[in-house]
Design a protein around this ligand. Structure first.
Ligand SMILES: [Zn+2]
Length: 238
């Protein structure tokens, strides 16, 4: 996979809006475990991850399974386009890296003058709603092993490389299951030859095999992005 150092949602904006937002914003380094937004807190900034990856939870980062990821395909704080001031989901940094940060005030000022920018955000918000719906269904309908395979594929897509750091403890938290359950499922995936895992370093060896082990939610999720975002490029090799 070749590295793509950009944000796909941001690139779907008109050139004028991109220029204004780039000038108003700043590239910032995000650190693993950093909390960017508490649930129901006022949206202070909009983040467009470039190399960082965020995990969004319905409740506090300490509890409640993940309902969505945001990487280089999306943004945190897009709800400002709906006229709401509070972020409904808590957001923490899963993978460290760079993001473009724009203050809510600058972002709203740009939104007020650009219907095309609003249209692009509406399309993304529709995809977000679909992602949350898929995750909720997945949580209740599918087994730990297939959910783990799906989650590893989601990380693989956003990492844009075959190796990435992730711990069983973190995976247990985002999947809303016990750590022992993750370890058992990961051991099975390793035995199948789909992944190798050692001391927090995950290596995807057989992406196609991992897709076969995943529930159908992974394909549903990718299809929702492909339908809703015109410049969406499936980041991982199918
Ligand atoms: Zn599922």
């Amino acid at each position: 996979m070749k590295p793509v150092l950009r944000n796909l949602l941001f690139e779907s904006f008109p050139a004028t809006d991109r220029g204004e937002l780039s000038a108003a914003g700043r590239e910032v380094k995000l650190h693993v475990g950093q909390t960017l937004q508490g649930s129901q807190h006022r949206i202070a900034d909009v983040y467009f991850p470039i190399t960082a990856c965020l995990s969004l939870h319905a409740r506090s980062p300490e509890g409640g399974p993940e309902v969505m990821m945001v990487g280089f395909e999306g943004a945190l704080g897009a709800q400002l386009a709906l006229g709401v001031a509070a972020q409904p989901l808590a957001a923490t940094v899963e993978s460290p890296g760079i993001a473009l940060r724009v203050s809510a005030a600058d972002f709203c000022r740009q939104l007020d003058g650009s219907s095309a920018l609003r249209d692009a955000l509406d399309a993304y918000l529709d995809v977000m709603i679909q992602q949350v719906s898929i995750s909720c269904g997945c949580l209740h309908a599918h087994q730990v092993g297939e959910r783990l395979a799906r989650r590893l594929l989601m990380s693989h897509d956003r990492a844009r490389r075959h190796e990435f750091h992730v711990t069983h403890e973190f995976l247990a938290k985002v999947l809303g299951v016990r750590r022992a359950g993750v370890s058992t499922a990961a051991t099975q995936l390793q035995r199948e030859g789909f992944i190798s895992y050692q001391r927090g370093e995950m290596h995807v060896l057989d992406r196609r095999g991992l897709q076969g082990a995943s529930c159908s939610c992974y394909a549903s999720s990718r299809n929702a992005y492909a339908r809703g975002m015109r410049n969406f490029e499936p980041p991982g090799a199918p």
